[in-house]
Design a protein around this ligand. Structure first.
Ligand code: AFD
Ligand code: MN
Length: 382
């Protein structure tokens, strides 16, 4: 295992440990956290068993607390740090017709102020990244002025960016549909790129693997954004149909391999790389903590396979126009089973060789099932 793979760290989203669901049903599960502290404890457990997840992302307002400094201290006591702060502006009645793009200045200012409050949180938690994903958009042609919304978005983002500290970044996530179905205000990487480019170098693009139309060549986008030095972060997950938020690498391990190959190729795992790797998933029917363990292992596994590509042989084949050879070099790496060598890597790092079974045998789940009784389980509140 090279240093690039040793550099792999995947941030966990606090919301993955709370209840979530579809628009049809949110199932409650025993042991679900009632407060952000319990989400952090679960995230720290994933890190303890895998050595891959040293930070936890918070969502504001879901994870609002009075004292963020002590929350950061609580995380450190559990062996993790607080990471990205997500500004959720999609569950307030005022935002029905948009937040940063709203035609009403008062609503826009409210959304801007919420982001400024998130920056204050970052100052307390020591977080580097403010991640902005907007539900803004329209459902019907004619409902909104596409261009006017872009202008207002640019202005709002600029006001927020002015408050981003020297060691902080603004990452702008795109998504081509949902909850708005006709037009989303930040639908694609090009739009996110245009806005972040205008903002400045501490503004970057967040690529959520579930936010593209079926068939999109995501590794191309990865290669391009790395080339342009604008790939700030990944939200990893899998999709079959929509923004499914399933376990990364579950739906299409080969796609994850191809993405990780371009990450390596573009220096995304080099020392000092600006790329943050995060999960953005929820576990609606499967157990949440093992779901997160499986997810970070999947990323590590496909990154390890991608690192096996014989780049020299690949270049020779590519330059000779040997299509079949080039493809075979890539597939050779993809088909290599790296699980034994990863088990060994874990043993060398004082981690359980098999994190899934070690977690199952640890009794952690039984303990939290018994202890976390009463109170209100955390939920995405949809
Ligand atoms: C959205 C986005 C985003 C956000 C999440 C939950 O992917 O990253 O954090 O839902 O708030 O679909
Ligand atoms: Mn996301």
């Amino acid at each position: 295992m090279g240093t690039q793979l040793d550099n792999l760290a995947i941030e966990l989203p606090s919301w993955a440990f709370g209840n979530s669901g579809t628009r049809f049903k949110v199932f409650g599960t025993p042991g679900t956290p009632r407060a952000v502290q319990e989400k952090i404890a679960d995230a720290a457990t994933v890190h303890r068993f895998t050595g891959l997840a040293p930070t936890v992302a918070l969502h504001i307002p879901w994870d609002t607390v009075d004292d963020y400094r002590s929350l950061a201290g609580y995380a450190e006591e559990h062996g993790v740090k607080l990471g990205t702060i997500n500004s959720n502006t999609f569950q307030d009645d005022d935002y029905k017709f948009g937040s940063l793009t709203h035609t009403d200045k008062t609503v826009r200012q409210k959304a801007i102020d919420h982001h400024l409050a998130c920056i204050e949180v970052m100052n307390e938690t020591g977080s580097r990244d403010l991640k902005i994903w907007l539900a803004d958009g329209t459902n019907y042609p004619g409902q909104g002025d596409i261009r006017g919304r872009q202008e207002r978005l640019a202005e709002s983002l600029n006001t927020i960016y002015q408050r981003i500290g020297d060691d902080q970044r603004l990452v702008l996530e795109y998504k081509f549909f949902e909850p708005a179905m006709y037009m989303t205000d930040v639908p694609d990487w090009g739009t996110s790129y245009a806005h972040t480019l205008a903002l400045g170098e501490r503004a970057m693009v967040c690529l959520d693997t579930g936010h593209h139309a079926p068939g999109t060549n995501i590794e191309f986008i990865v290669a391009q954004l790395l080339r342009l030095q604008k790939l700030g972060s990944f939200d990893f997950n899998s999709r079959f149909y929509a923004d499914d938020d399933l376990i990364v690498g579950a739906a299409d391990p080969f796609q994850l391999f191809r993405i990780m190959f371009e990450v390596l190729r573009g220096g995304g795992l080099d020392d000092g790389s600006p790329v943050a790797f995060m999960l953005d998933q929820c576990h609606n029917v499967e157990a949440k903590i093992p779901g997160q363990i499986r997810s970070v292992l999947n990323v590590q596994e496909m990154a390890t396979r991608a690192a096996l590509v014989d780049v020299e042989a690949l270049t020779v084949a590519q330059e000779a126009g040997d299509v079949l050879d080039a493809n075979e070099v890539l597939m050779d790496a993809f088909y290599t089973d790296v699980r034994p060598r990863l088990a060994q890597w874990r043993t060398e790092h004082g981690l359980p060789a098999n994190p899934m079974s070690a977690f199952a045998e640890s009794g952690y789940q039984t303990t939290i099932d018994a202890e976390r009784v009463g109170g209100t389980q955390s939920s995405w509140g949809a």
